[in-house]
Design a protein around this ligand. Structure first.
Ligand code: G1P
Length: 289
């Protein structure tokens, strides 16, 4: 079946304050899990879901991301000359993966504002949004699972997962009615409520499929939590005009935007790595501090 979703937006303009000083001069999206930068994991998820038009909403100091997805002429020649063909084809594959266009978010006015910045490039069609802080390991790419739900309902679909009540302050939290296995229809959504005010423990994870009407909703959204234009507030506004669904995808999600979550992801991806996994497991077993 031909999916209606062809474009994906990646908001990558954030400062990465939580990872300072690592992110002082290089983008947090380029932090590496084992041997791949975070942004490559999410780009691959989109590409494996059948999307090949990518829009990065970028900012100052983000050149490394553009270079990563470009051809690297000297490096390629060098690898060729040294006969390192496996590395060469991996490097070339990254540049060939997708067409990426870059739009600059000139001011850091929030996630909702970042998505709105992509309006002119996305135009009037459904599109996906993927946040690089959320790395998802799954059999079927999480975005692909959501595209199937989108096909069924022709509506906006948010990725959700159950979180401990003590953590509601880190997420957009939904209030919703279950309508099918894993599928909920949104009644309300609030950005980062304290545990005693959270309408549920179903948290939005950084994968979204939007109908283009989200742009109008965001244009009408005033600054919310933290003085920023919140995507969550735009979703709430959108849900007043059309049905919005949430989908509890199958897969494990890592919060790579958080130091501890990043370390957890590093250990698990290290253990699962074909080349290093066994040795790394032995090392961890021997480790006593
Ligand atoms: C953003 C969104 C939040 C969502 C989260 C998912 O928050 O504002 O609603 O639950 O991503 O990772 P951030 O983590 O950027 O603070």
């Amino acid at each position: 079946m031909q999916h209606g979703v062809k474009k994906a937006v990646f908001p990558v303009a954030g400062y990465g304050t939580r990872f300072l000083p690592a992110t002082k001069a290089s983008p947090k999206e380029m932090l590496s899990l084992v041997d791949k930068p975070l942004i490559q994991y999410v780009v691959e998820e989109a590409v494996e879901s059948g999307i090949d038009e990518l829009v990065m909403v970028t900012g100052r100091h983000k050149r490394a991301i553009e270079d990563h997805f470009d051809i690297a002429f000297e490096l390629e020649e060098d690898l060729k000359a040294k006969g390192k063909h496996d590395l060469l084809s991996e490097i070339q594959r990254i540049a060939e993966m997708a067409t990426i266009c870059y739009v600059r978010q000139k001011l850091a006015l929030g996630l909702g504002h970042a998505v709105l910045t992509a309006k002119r490039v996305v135009n009037h069609e459904p599109f996906a949004v993927l946040l690089g802080d959320d790395i998802i390991r799954s059999d079927v790419p999480a975005l692909k699972q959501m595209m199937d739900v989108h096909d069924r309902y022709s509506a906006t679909v948010l990725a959700i997962q159950e979180v401990p009540r003590s953590q509601t302050g880190q997420y957009g939290i939904i209030d919703a009615d279950k309508v099918a296995e894993g599928v909920y229809r949104l009644k309300d959504v609030v950005e980062k409520p304290p545990p005693d005010e959270a309408p549920s423990t179903l948290a939005i994870i950084g994968r979204y499929i939007f109908t283009p009407e989200i742009f109008t909703a965001l244009e009408q959204t005033s600054p919310g939590k933290g003085g920023e234009i919140q995507l969550t507030d735009g979703i709430k506004r959108l849900s007043e005009d059309q049905p919005v669904y949430a989908y509890a995808f199958q897969g494990k999600r890592y919060d790579a935007g958080d130091k501890l979550g990043f370390l957890e992801a590093t250990v698990e991806f290290g253990l699962r790595n074909e080349e290093l996994g066994e040795q790394f497991r032995e090392y961890l077993k021997r480790l006593t501090l």
